[in-house]
Write a protein that binds this ligand. Sequence first.
Ligand SMILES: *Cc1c(COP(=O)(O)O)cnc(C)c1O
Length: 559
Amino acid sequence: MTSARLPRIAYFSMEIALEDGIPTYSGGLGVLAGDTMRSAADLALPVVGVTLASRSGYFRQQIAAGAQHEQPQDWNPASRTEPVKLKVPVRIGGREVWVTAWEYRVSSRCVDSQPVPVLLLDTDLPENHPQDRSLTGALYGGDNPYRLAQEIVLGIGGARLLAAMGLGIDKYHLNEGHAALLTLELLRDRLQAPGATPEAAIESVRQRCVFTTHTPVPAGHDQFEYDLAFAYLGEPVPPGLLRSLGGAERLNMTRLALNLSGWVNGVAQRHAEVSRTMFPGYEVHAITNGVHPWSWASDGHRALYDRYVPHWCHEPEQLIHATRIPLPEIAQAHASAKEALLRTAAERVGDHGLRMDRLTVGFARRMTAYKRPLLLFSDLPRLRRIAQRWPLQIVMGGKAHPRDLEGKQHIERLHGLARELAPEISLVFLPDYGMGLARCMVPGVDLWLNTPQRPLEASGTSGMKAALNGVPNLSVLDGWWLEGCEEGITGWAVGPDGPHDPAVDAQSLYQKLEHVVAPMFYQDPQAWHFLGREAISRNGSQFNSHRMLRRYVLEAYSR
Ligand SMILES: *Cc1c(COP(=O)(O)O)cnc(C)c1O
């Protein structure tokens, strides 16, 4: 009999959201990675996370005269983590760069398991060239060479550090293509074995690697000119072999990860389908994302679930029994979350006339064109007419990548709209959207709006956080919502599951808001809270990171 042992997993991600004060993430990808670590702790799984220390963070968003300004968000790893007393060398552009790490421990809030270690890689060592000391500084900052150097630190440095620590990794999970150079390090190692053939070495790497792709937007897939790649990497494997694995024209990190991973998946069913057409010839599975239940439930909802849904924290499937919770208590938990949001809004941006009794629409996520933050405002006379009958207030937030000029213009336009629409409609933009603000904002609004351009959403996770707190979604049918939407039961769809047509989406959005959503909110509070409770029961019980991670274990890691 062989003794069954859980495979030891190393989870590589350019960003991991550990806690609000640690700015090592930019948005949904990092929050997903953090939720994965938190679920691993709740499920007592042998996982180690690997990411960059990002000592100057992503950026702190300030709004001045309605426009985004970016400030560095420096943090000191020593304040929250323990040093790993090891360092490993990598070569970058002919120089030796030493990589060390800080260990953060993710502990479960409900079971007595070993904490999950997350290694934050750091090159800020006196023995490194001054330029190399800043490689683990700015998350997604700098130019293409800087990005490639960061990916060398993450993929190659991370793999070498794990080896030096003697952790005995069975499977490597690449969360997005940023970590794909890790596959090259494993391949280089295998090719050095006596009698190794390229075919056998590739097969051995594929056995050990799992790759999750996260975006159907082409700009989301890193590519580097081979001149730069060879200058920085040297020749970890013969150049012809690298070109055959990484793409003919440029080194494409997605291509490399696809070719060297034995399991590939997308983050929702539709996203996996779209990825199959983007990458013909590869088998792309679907494991729909989820959110970490304890982390994303508001204080009031945690207390309710503790009382009515025992064990929900480590077995969130139990939330299907949220139907036991009396509706007045659902209403009360929501009212507390809404009060907290209005208080926070007043503290951060002053009094904009937000009121407890008004239908409050929330929209916050990365500010970028395909998320279409302006769709709700595409017909202002119509929006005003709706608000005359059914008073509306809108709370928004989100950062634009510093080089996403269109995203930054959207932020300016939203501030212009806030001035135009006041005082009939209060529109408030809360700066510096991050984990802490999301935890306040998502449960505190009455309705969570999402209007991405199909099929670019991949999954989306903030809507799952809304559902977990009994906040219904009004969302385009894309990503997870194709699986979670039960019309009139967990929320509502904007537009059809059909070809992209902004006019049809806008028409549907106004129609639902005016004739379905707002009338129910104002005229039938009982039905409204019933619907919120169904969202918890039907969506919250399913779209959590415990379910997601168990599926990774059973389908991807144990293969
Ligand atoms: C959950 C979350 C996201 C993801 O939002 P989407 O709806 O998937 O776009 C982004 N940023 C923060 C801070 C989050 O908490």
